[in-house]
Structures are given as C-alpha cells and as structure tokens.
Design a protein around this ligand. Structure first.
Ligand SMILES: NC(=O)c1ccc[n+]([C@@H]2O[C@H](COP(=O)([O-])OP(=O)(O)OC[C@H]3O[C@@H](n4cnc5c(N)ncnc54)[C@H](OP(=O)(O)O)[C@@H]3O)[C@@H](O)[C@H]2O)c1
Length: 255
C-alpha cells in the first residue's frame, strides 16, 4: 500500500521527547522525511531519529533553542542547509509546532522570568516558525499546532499556560484563512492530560483526579495525539482547516 506522506518533508519541533517524538514516528511511518527538532535533549533526539531509521523511515536532527529570540531563524538556517544539500531546494510540506513548556502556577506564583520564557517558547516561536515555514511550504502543505484542553476547561494552576494556548487557537484560525489560497491547511490539536514529562508532576499523585474529569477512563498516551496529527497531515484531511481538534479523551464533557 502506498504511504500517504511519501515524498513529503515534515518538521516536528520538540520531537526529542513526549508527544513530539510520537508525532515524528507516526509521520515517518507514513512515508515523510522528518526533521526531528530538539532543544536541549540531544541524546533523546538522536534516539528519535534512530527509532525512525530502524523502522525503515527517514529522518535527520535539527537543534535550536526556541527560547532565544533568534531560535526560529537558527532552526530554519539549519533546516535549509540540510534540505538544500539533499534536494537543491528548501521546500517543506508539513510544520508541526509541538515544542512547548508548562510552568504551572496560580496567578500569584509565576515570576516574570518564567512568564517571559513561556511566551518565548509557546507563543513567539510558533509564530515565527510558521512565518518562516509559510515561505517554504509547497501548495497543499500543512501547519499543525499543539493547543490544549485548558483553553476550554478552566485550570487555575494553568492560568499563564492556558493563555499561550489561547493564542495558538486564534492564530490557527487566522493563519488558516491567510494560507488557504495555496491550499495549505492550518489546524490545531488540543490534548488533555497526556503521559509525558510535562504531565509528570500532575500524575505523580495518582491518576484518579484526571480520570474523574475525563469521559474516557484512561490516561492519554502520546500516540493518541500523534494519530490525530497524522490524519491532519494526510491527504484525507485536505478539506479540514482552521479547526482545533480536541484530543483529550473527553476532558470536561462528563458529569
Ligand atoms: N502532556 C500533556 O499533558 C499536554 C497536554 C496538552 C498540550 N500539550 C502540548 O503538547 C506539546 C508537547 O508536550 P509534551 O507533553 O510532549 O512535553 P514534553 O514531554 O515536556 O516535551 C517538550 C518538548 O519541547 C521541547 N522544548 C521545550 N523547551 C524548548 C526550547 N527552549 N527550545 C527547543 N525545544 C524545547 C523539548 O525539547 P528538549 O528536551 O530537546 O529541549 C521537548 O522535545 C506542548 O506544546 C504542550 O504544551 C501537552
């Protein structure tokens, strides 16, 4: 059977660990050449690439610290160099804006430095990565952003984090409108609690409080989110744009 993403080139940010790694594996399994971005976790990034190659897929590593103002620029300089060396062009087909941080805290708890870091990684970087990607995406391309169920369900300890994901939702909608003339779709996925390093502090006290608020009674896995991203990246999703797709197992929908 032909793989749906054969001859497509994807960039997945934050693919060294967690949800990003699962997305990179899924897109590579569907035939895409995947640029596996990492920030600090080089060894984990190398493991993602090795896992993809062991399964018969194609991938390479790209490093950039997305907290730095020139992080997106550095990332694309490295990506361009790699793609130009391989293909003689820097064309791209899929951007997955996945890298993110979640310094949880009530309104009085997050200091200014932590707030600025959050905005740099969760807001500024996705914006300028999408800007750079838009110049390189071929017609019919995809931008897929990571939002969160906390834009829909209030969580006091996620007051600043949820605002960054609110940015993602409205950015997704307007960028979808802006890129539609090139048949580029722009969507977001909104996970609930997913079992990764980010959610570890939440899950350290047990899973009961999460399951109590979720319709489907298990903790989400990175692959649950990756499966929806691989659909949005596929030709089958070409008529879906400007949407935020809930991938939370029904968080906050059940009594
Ligand atoms: N897990 C959840 O429950 C959940 C729920 C809703 C939404 N989300 C969203 O899903 C996305 C992935 O979350 P996750 O749970 O997989 O998180 P994670 O396990 O903590 O992984 C975060 C990823 O982001 C990268 N990253 C963080 N800071 C970076 C920086 N300064 N520069 C470059 N890369 C950086 C990390 O790379 P390095 O380690 O290499 O620096 C890592 O690959 C995030 O956008 C998050 O907000 C997660």
């Amino acid at each position: 059977m032909t793989k749906p993403l054969l001859n497509k080139i994807a960039l997945v940010t934050g693919a060294s660990r967690g949800i990003g790694r699962a997305i990179a594996l899924a897109l590579a399994a569907d035939g895409a050449l995947v640029a596996v971005h990492y920030g600090a976790s080089q060894q984990a990034g190398e493991e993602t690439v090795a896992t993809i190659k062991a399964a018969g897929g194609e991938a390479f590593l790209v490093q950039a610290d997305l907290e730095k103002p020139d992080g997106p620029q550095h990332l694309f300089a490295r990506l361009d160099a790699e793609l130009n060396a391989r293909f003689g062009t820097n064309h791209l087909d899929i951007l997955v804006n996945n890298a993110g941080v979640a310094p949880f805290g009530e309104i009085g708890q997050l200091d200014e430095a932590s707030f600025d870091r959050l905005i740099a990684i969760n807001v500024r970087a996705p914006y300028f990565l999408a800007q750079a990607a838009a110049q390189r995406l071929r017609d019919g391309g995809r931008v897929i952003n990571l939002s969160s169920a906390v834009t829909r369900v209030g969580v006091g300890a996620a007051v600043a984090y949820s605002a960054t994901k609110g940015f993602i939702d409205s950015f997704t909608l307007s960028l979808a409108s802006g890129l539609a003339s090139r048949a580029i779709t722009v969507n977001a996925v909104a996970p609930g609690v997913i079992d990764t390093d980010m959610a570890a502090p939440m899950l350290s006290g047990g899973v009961d409080f999460v399951l109590a608020k979720q319709a489907l009674k298990r903790v989400g896995k990175p692959e649950d989110v990756a499966d929806v991203v691989r659909f949005l990246a596929s030709p089958a999703a070409g008529w879906v744009t400007g949407q935020v797709i809930d991938t939370s197992g029904g968080s906050g929908i059940a009594f």
